[in-house]
Design a protein around this ligand. Structure first.
Ligand SMILES: [Zn+2]
Ligand SMILES: [Zn+2]
Length: 317
């Protein structure tokens, strides 16, 4: 779908250029250059930011969820709140010719609620809408199987009514979720993608992952939620797109919690300088405010490469 997607990229460029004009002026490689570069050859891979937010109830930012599209096959990374409706919105804008039930493979970075609140939605909305009842495959840390079983248990009466006599799916099958609790390494591979999970440190979580996604024409790295460490840069090493958490709290005001669970702007500048991505995309954004703006300024001051701040429904390719 090259035509609508090109239009999307242009709209995104226009929007991003305005609020960050000062940063753009200060940048040797500005946001505009980055988007022009990113949209120069459409290729087979697109990255759709369905949700760019955090636990904050920001009406502009749904929960973390990113789709890597290769041709018409979709791979979902994190399952934040509103994921299926955001996917439907992306489809309406021409991100893909597939349909609302096309999210059949998902990868979870960690089990924080902001990254998984859309999981029941993904299971049950897709199942309700999909006459074929295709299974959902989900990959993630230890605890994912228990979470899945509990969600299915919580909605067992819904399922019984829908497949029972007179129900809209009378005689149909129950939702099927194939859970893969993973360890670092290649966790999924098919003819279109190879997905590698890598361990990141995210406070007291025993397991949290970032993901490296190799497609026929792109390498994409996604940090998940993480404190600064060497692994993201090691996985990226000149990757095309680095999606990194970037809901900064300025160094001076950093609370102990933030330092244990997240990355400061100065730390991200060091990571990105080493990683050298074609484009750095900040997601997991807190609501706009002074400390967030200060974080962008600090990143710009310490990082010479191109970056953009993702908003919901941005498409990169
Ligand atoms: Zn989070
Ligand atoms: Zn988290």
């Amino acid at each position: 779908m090259p035509v609508p997607n090109r239009r999307l990229a242009a709209a995104s460029l226009t929007r991003l250029a305005a609020p960050y004009a000062l940063l753009l002026l200060a940048a040797p490689l500005g946001h505009g250059d980055a988007h022009a570069q990113a949209s120069a050859s459409p290729g087979r891979t697109r990255v759709v930011v369905l949700g760019s937010g955090t636990p904050a109830a920001d009406p502009e930012r749904f929960g973390p969820a990113v789709v890597v599209l290769v041709d018409s096959s979709a791979y979902l990374f994190d399952i934040g709140v509103g994921v299926v409706r955001r996917w439907a919105a992306a489809l309406e804008r021409g991100a893909s010719a597939s349909d609302a039930t096309a999210l059949r493979v998902a990868f979870v970075t960690h089990l924080h609620s902001d990254h998984t609140l859309g999981y029941p939605e993904l299971i049950f909305t897709s199942w309700t809408l999909d006459p074929a009842g295709r299974p959902l495959a989900v990959y993630g840390p230890r605890g994912l199987a228990g979470m899945t079983a509990n969600i299915l248990q919580a909605y067992k009466e819904d399922v019984a009514i829908r497949i029972g006599p007179g129900g809209e799916k009378a005689g149909g099958t129950r939702p099927v979720v194939e859970v893969h609790e993973i360890e670092p390494g290649v966790v999924h591979s098919d003819s279109l993608v190879r997905v590698t999970a890598f361990a990141v440190r995210h406070g007291t979580w025993p397991q949290a992952f970032g993901y490296r996604i190799r497609t026929p024409d792109k390498v994409i790295v996604l940090s998940g939620d993480a404190t600064a460490g060497p692994e993201v840069a090691r996985q990226c090493r000149g990757c095309d797109l680095l999606l990194h958490e970037g809901g900064f709290v300025g160094d001076a005001g950093a609370r102990a919690y933030f330092r244990e669970f997240h990355t400061t702007a100065e730390e991200l500048a060091r990571i990105a300088t080493e990683a050298k991505p074609g484009l750095l995309v900040l997601y997991h954004q807190r609501p706009a405010g002074k400390s967030v703006d200060a974080g962008y300024r600090a990143l710009r001051a310490h990082y010479q490469g191109p970056f953009v701040v993702a908003r919901d429904l941005d498409v990169f390719y």
